[in-house]
Design a protein around this ligand. Structure first.
Ligand SMILES: Cc1cc2nc3c(=O)[nH]c(=O)nc-3n(C[C@H](O)[C@H](O)[C@H](O)COP(=O)(O)OP(=O)(O)OC[C@H]3O[C@@H](n4cnc5c(N)ncnc54)[C@H](O)[C@@H]3O)c2cc1C
Ligand SMILES: NC(=O)c1ccc[n+]([C@@H]2O[C@H](COP(=O)([O-])OP(=O)(O)OC[C@H]3O[C@@H](n4cnc5c(N)ncnc54)[C@H](OP(=O)(O)O)[C@@H]3O)[C@@H](O)[C@H]2O)c1
Ligand code: SF4
Ligand code: SF4
Length: 539
């Protein structure tokens, strides 16, 4: 009964290290590790011990007898990986690199800006050294970054990684300052005066504009805003999401584009038990959308979505997936192209909601009378000069155009910034002794939740090396002095106890609705839960 990996996974390799027979690949140090979309269990070598299932933070590994219908293609996917990359060496891998530790007797106070996966993994790594305390700041009243406000509501299993984050919060030395924006409520200088080191893990929350005519019109939105809207992100509750037209067009074909297309095309009843807030759920219930067209400017061989996401989409019984390759055959040899060919051959069912994966098509301009009415698109060819429009052009009628062409970080005052990659230049996470980066602000908006674990480990190793070499400046202010400053500047700051109260209230309200949680969106409601009877939380 071999075990099977069933998700785009993190490549954090917890499972690899747990496996007694080294049958999960690519492993650290092997070609493809950290670049592969996922890891694979070798069905011929797995001894069914189950150790990997307990090691995996997101429940991605299952015995093959427990797979549901939609997960069966992952068996063939693993087989095809091992047919191409046989791994003959079965020596147990437990050659885990020793995490560096802060020298005994050394006290270290670290501030982490952001409470997303990169921050939580960095905190976990730091707290393995006795004498280290970590304060995690987030501008939102709730932690977990894009795991809470990005991961799609129909991916509740992925959100289970928050159980791991909750365990990290339990560790002595961990503290939260939520509802505190660094740069607004406290300055970077404030942090450097009170902490030995600051790790910036503030992500890349901004959308990338396309720069085409009509982009500013009502009805032309970013996927960033729509994702935030259906996930209860406070910045995006006013997003313009007009679902009164039959067709939505999404530009870009990465995993975010597929997320958005799925959620907008999904039968809303199937989302009711998730953590989607009541308002977007109600809007989806009243939606007229029957078709979501996902535009890829290049051919299927360059599709940015990953194989596990395509497998999940292809298995949806309630949706027709239509492949539109502009009349061209899908050529090439890979599991993704094989699956696209198989999907393309499927018959369409009348009356079924559709997601159209349209390739070799780029947007030209958005048209409308103040409000989007159509998008003009062109056929393309890709070559050494990139993607070039070849025509013909076509008008596609729609009331909602969503650009999903990647995320972008903004410059952090006081830190260097590379405007091309929109990242903070660093070496192994070090910007300068005392100043570090982790996650998407460090390496750009790419990768899965678990990718941030190895990323954060590298950063923490650099920080600890600097600490042990005596390179970190001694803070002039004490922890108590910082607490005073925060009380003055941001009395509405929320600590770990406050977050636990919010979490419990959301779960309890979810029980009433029959959902995973009912997110608290209103600052007044959050304030009442955090400090009953006290003043409300300001945004
Ligand atoms: C829409 C979407 C869906 C995704 N779905 C999946 C998925 O299903 N599976 C998967 O493996 N990966 C998924 N990913 C990728 C994954 O979410 C990222 O790899 C990960 O969240 C990046 O972590 P981070 O900590 O760098 O950034 P983030 O998660 O963005 O966290 C950054 C945090 O910093 C805070 N912050 C920013 N500025 C400040 C400031 N000045 N002061 C205080 N706090 C600040 C923000 O509020 C935020 O909480 C998805 C990504 C997106 C965009
Ligand atoms: N379930 C999951 O595991 C999950 C879910 C969501 C996100 N994520 C991860 O989060 C990261 C970000 O995802 P993402 O979807 O935002 O980014 P992405 O994977 O980089 O995809 C961006 C898409 O936008 C297209 N694009 C860029 N500029 C364009 C332009 N000017 N015109 C038309 N198309 C353009 C790209 O096409 P080209 O390829 O031609 O440039 C690509 O199709 C990824 O690593 C993703 O895997 C994971
Ligand atoms: S079940 Fe055991 S042998 Fe099989 S992949 Fe998991 S850890 Fe390795
Ligand atoms: S999510 Fe991480 S632990 Fe789980 S299967 Fe993937 S690499 Fe292994």
């Amino acid at each position: 009964m071999p075990y099977v990996v069933t998700q785009s996974c993190c490549s954090d390799a917890s499972c690899v290290v747990a496996c007694p027979v080294n049958c999960i690949h690519p492993a650290p140090g092997e070609p493809g590790f950290l670049e592969s979309e996922m890891v694979y269990v070798d069905p011929a070598a797995c001894v069914d011990c189950g150790a990997c299932t307990t090691a995996c933070p997101v429940g991605a590994i299952k015995p093959h007898t427990m797979l549901d219908e939609t997960e069966l293609p992952f068996i063939a996917l693993a087989e095809s990986y091992y047919a191409e990359f046989p791994h003959a060496d079965r020596a147990p891998l437990a050659v885990v690199e020793k995490t560096p530790r802060v020298d005994a007797g050394r006290e270290l106070r670290v501030a982490i800006v952001g409470a997303g996966p990169a921050a939580m993994c960095a905190a976990d790594e730091l707290l393995k050294s006795p004498g280290v305390t970590v304060d995690v700041f987030d501008r939102l009243a709730t932690p977990y970054g894009l795991v809470r406000a990005g991961v799609a509501p129909d991916h509740q299993r992925t959100k289970q990684v928050t159980d791991l984050f909750a365990a990290i919060e339990e560790q002595p030395g961990f503290g939260y300052h939520l509802n505190v924006e660094v740069g607004t409520h406290v300055s970077l200088d404030d942090l450097h005066r009170h902490y030995h080191a600051v790790i910036h893990a503030s992500g890349a929350a901004h959308d990338r504009p396309l720069g085409i005519e009509g982009e500013e019109m009502a009805g032309s939105e970013s996927a960033t805003a729509v994702v935030g809207w259906y996930n209860g992100h406070p910045d995006h509750q006013d997003a313009y999401v007009d679902l009164s037209h039959e067709r939505v067009v999404v530009i870009g074909n990465g995993n975010v584009a597929l997320d958005v297309a799925r959620i907008l095309a999904t039968e809303p009843a199937s989302l009711a038990a998730s953590d989607i807030p009541a308002l977007p759920l109600a809007a989806l219930r009243g939606s007229a959308v029957r078709e979501v067209v996902v535009l890829g400017r290049r051919g299927p061989e360059h599709a940015a979505f990953t194989m596990p996401e395509l497998i999940g989409l292809a298995a949806r019984p309630d949706l027709d997936i239509v492949i539109d390759n502009q009349g061209l055959p899908i050529v090439g040899d890979s599991p993704k192209l094989d699956l696209l060919r198989e999907i393309a051959a499927r018959p369409r069912r009348a009356g079924t909601r559709r997601i159209v994966l349209r390739f070799n098509t780029a947007p030209v301009r958005i048209l409308g009378d103040g409000v989007v009415g159509a998008i003009e698109v062109t056929g393309t060819a890709s070559g050494p000069d990139g993607v070039v429009p070849t025509g013909p052009t076509e008008l596609v009628e729609t009331g909602l155009v969503l650009r999903s062409v990647g995320y972008r970080a903004v410059e952090i005052p006081g830190l260097p910034f590379d405007p091309v990659t929109a990242t903070v230049p660093n070496e192994g996470g070090r910007v300068a002794p005392g100043s570090y980066v982790a996650g998407w602000i460090k390496r750009g908006p790419r990768g899965f939740i678990g990718t941030n674990k190895s990323c954060a480990e590298e950063t923490v190793a650099s920080l600890i090396a600097d600490a042990n070499a005596g390179l970190l400046p001694e803070p002039t202010g004490s922890r108590a002095a910082f607490a005073d400053l925060l009380r003055r500047n941001r009395p509405e700051a929320i600590d770990l106890v406050g977050w636990r109260a919010i979490d419990a209230a959301e779960r309890a309200a979810g029980l009433t609705r029959g959902s995973a949680r009912e997110k608290l969106l209103d600052p007044g409601e959050i304030g009442a839960v955090v400090a009953p009877g006290a003043s409300t939380v300001r945004r």
